[in-house]
Design a protein around this ligand. Structure first.
Ligand code: FMN
Length: 187
């Protein structure tokens, strides 16, 4: 498999910007009537084929959106580099398998505990015992623990450092690993 032409620069930009800090990105999905919804997520892994892995609650609204329309748009703003990335593509829901287990084991105890809390978005539960603060790595992931794999088919990088700004695009076709780009467009 040939790696996507944008991947090396993207990975080294994330390393430079975040080092060991969480790689926080905005993720947009479409609701059932085509309205847009955005929220922040932690991108846990960038795979050799350019896929992005994140962990989420299977009971959350975004998963409901993705069941109906399995596409997302991910955007990073890299403040120090003054660079924005947008990555759009279909999303797989991984409810089992080795990637899911590896991500579960790699979470902090506090992050694992979130998946045992009451259903997100429902009326606030009064019982404080319903919100444990820590869950160990030696546990099996609960059914609420879902991994999303975003497979970008369109990537755009906007660089605000040069004058004029630089805006580059790469595209792939669904089912292939062939990319075109970079194509420079007006910023
Ligand atoms: C800094 C930050 C990181 C977050 N990381 C995640 C994450 O990795 N996965 C996730 O599902 N939600 C994460 N959230 C919570 C989401 O932004 C959102 O509130 C939650 O997933 C419910 O979204 P939904 O109702 O659109 O599904 C994070 C929030 C913040 C502020």
């Amino acid at each position: 498999m040939t790696p996507p032409p944008w991947l090396d620069a993207f990975r080294s930009d994330l390393d430079a910007e975040f080092a060991r800090a969480p790689r926080i990105a905005a993720m947009a999905t479409s609701d059932r009537v085509g309205g847009a919804t955005v929220r922040h997520v932690v991108i846990r892994r960038v795979e050799p084929d350019g896929s992005l892995l994140l962990a989420t609650d299977a009971r959350s609204t975004k998963v409901d959106h993705l069941r109906r329309r399995p596409d997302a748009s991910i955007s990073f703003w890299l403040q120090d580099l003054r660079r924005q990335y947008r990555l759009d593509g279909p999303v797989d829901r991984l409810a089992d398998g080795p990637e899911r287990l590896a991500l579960w084991r790699g979470l902090s105890d506090a992050a694992r505990a979130l998946f045992t809390w009451p259903e997100p978005g429902t009326l606030r539960t009064d019982d404080p015992d319903a919100f444990p603060a820590a869950v160990g790595a030696d546990t099996e992931p609960p059914g609420s623990f879902l991994v999303l794999r975003v497979r970008p088919l369109f990537v755009e990088r906007l660089d605000l450092k040069p004058h004029p700004h630089e805006r580059l695009r790469w595209r792939a076709f669904a089912g292939t690993t062939t990319w075109t780009g970079p194509q420079a467009v007006n910023p």
